[in-house]
Design a protein around this ligand. Structure first.
Ligand SMILES: [Zn+2]
Length: 81
């Protein structure tokens, strides 16, 4: 049976919490890419550098720099590589 989980609203978490859980995935051989939401235009952004967390992120859509440490972030998990 296949189930699909949908996230209608992207949720953001404190950076420290993301780093902690991401490190557990990285230790198991997975790769993560940090994601955040632009505080200006609301666009969902993904960092290009793998296994790296930033405290600020520039939006590719509008150029605004978001304070990720304040707003929180999430990450995309790539497994089985
Ligand atoms: Zn933006």
């Amino acid at each position: 049976m296949t189930s699909t989980v949908r996230y209608p609203q992207p949720k953001n978490y404190p950076v420290a919490e993301c780093v902690r859980t991401a490190n557990e995935h990285i230790a198991q051989g997975s790769v993560i890419y940090q994601k955040f939401t632009c505080e200006s235009c609301g666009s969902r952004q993904t960092m290009e550098e793998e296994n790296t967390f930033y405290l600020k992120g520039k939006c590719e859509a509008c150029g605004h720099t978001t304070d990720i440490q304040k707003d929180g972030c999430n990450y995309m998990l790539v497994t089985g590589i």
